[in-house]
Design a protein around this ligand. Structure first.
Ligand SMILES: [Zn+2]
Length: 344
């Protein structure tokens, strides 16, 4: 069976106060992720217009004097790598410093400090900054691979600004290498094997073909990278997926791959900025050795707070039901993003 786009439509019946309490049906759609089967409830939010652009200027100034990643005259207070791992103590690549994370998420958990500037807004995330950061993370992960083969679950991650869980304003990436698989990757690895056993064809190539044919969620292509909106979005705004169909690991990603990825990221950042999104999460996953069906892919989702109360874009559905609530149709997001990729 090829890639299955599974969904069910449900309704809640009400008596509508806006129509003299006539009966009305409120629709919601449940979709299941085409790879992992994870459930997303798609319910267009009825009371939300365009988000106002949040103002972080006060927070930026308040955090500048105490920022752990700003260059400082009073000596280096950053943690260093032990000499048996990285003899220099600190890795510098493309002019970008990589240091250990004081709050590790894995045995190898680092911070790549993207600039000397305390704050960069979306449009200032240039090729030099982003590709330089990705190359620095790649170099760190290569050092890990050479030092400890057990740390085979690798990813490069980004919490950009507080709504996305960023606790430091200063722009930084977070490369991780762990002995244990993140849950998403574990589910994806098992599902990829099941898919190949059943179909004798690779999932990612089939997904790209199916989405390109349908055209509803295929945003465009930058170099070898295919950009899609996820069918069953993880989050209030659907997540955007970038697939490198020819690449299994970030360890051997060539410069051209990073450049192509940046081109799509730059288009995405422009879309986010025009929609008044200022914050996002990004994860770029890399296959462990021997996992032939896995392909390098990234997922990016905008994060925000609902105005008036500053309500989180996260509730009991995500926190305790382990499902996702998606409040904009992925197809709508795709239509809005296509012009930014020149694929109208
Ligand atoms: Zn700073």
């Amino acid at each position: 069976m090829p890639v299955v786009f599974r969904s069910k439509l449900f309704h809640q019946k009400i008596l509508d106060p806006n129509s003299n309490f006539e009966p009305a049906l409120l629709p919601l759609e449940v979709r299941w992720d085409t790879l992992t089967g994870h459930m997303a409830i798609i319910q267009e939010f009825r009371f939300r217009g365009q988000l106002p652009k949040p103002d972080y200027s006060t927070l930026i100034e308040k955090t500048r004097p105490v920022c752990p990643f700003c260059p400082r005259s009073g000596g280096d207070v950053s943690p260093r790598f032990p000499p048996e791992f990285i003899a220099e103590g600190k890795l510098t690549c493309q002019g970008i410093d990589v240091i250990p994370n004081f709050n590790p998420y894995a045995t190898y958990s680092a911070i790549a400090i993207l600039s000397r500037t305390h704050f960069l807004e979306l449009k200032e995330l240039s090729r030099e900054v982003v590709v330089g950061g990705l190359l620095a993370c790649q170099e760190y992960l290569k050092r890990v691979a050479a030092f400890d083969r057990r740390a085979k679950y690798m990813s490069i991650n980004w919490n950009y600004l507080p709504p996305a869980g960023g606790s430091v304003i200063h722009p930084h990436l977070q490369p991780l290498a762990s002995y244990v698989s993140p849950t998403y990757e574990k589910e994806a690895l098992a599902a990829l094997k099941r898919y190949f056993r059943r179909n004798r064809s690779p999932y990612w190539a089939d997904l790209i073909t199916a989405e390109r044919d349908r055209g509803e969620r295929f945003i465009g292509q930058t170099g070898d990278v295919a950009w899609l909106v996820n069918y069953a979005g993880r989050g209030r705004e659907p997540d955007i997926i970038a697939v490198f169909p020819e690449r299994r690991s970030v360890l051997d990603m060539p410069q051209s791959g990073w450049d192509a990825f940046y081109e799509g990221l730059r288009n995405t950042f422009r879309y986010l900025a025009d929609m008044n999104y200022v914050s996002f999460n990004l994860a770029l996953y890399s296959a462990p050795p021997g996992e032939d069906q896995f392909r390098v892919h990234a997922r990016l989702k905008p994060r925000f707070q609902f105005p008036a109360l500053g309500t989180a874009d996260y509730c009991f559905i995500e926190a305790l039901h382990d499902d996702y609530l998606c409040q904009t149709y992925p197809e709508k997001v795709c239509r809005a993003m296509k012009p930014y990729f020149g694929t109208v």
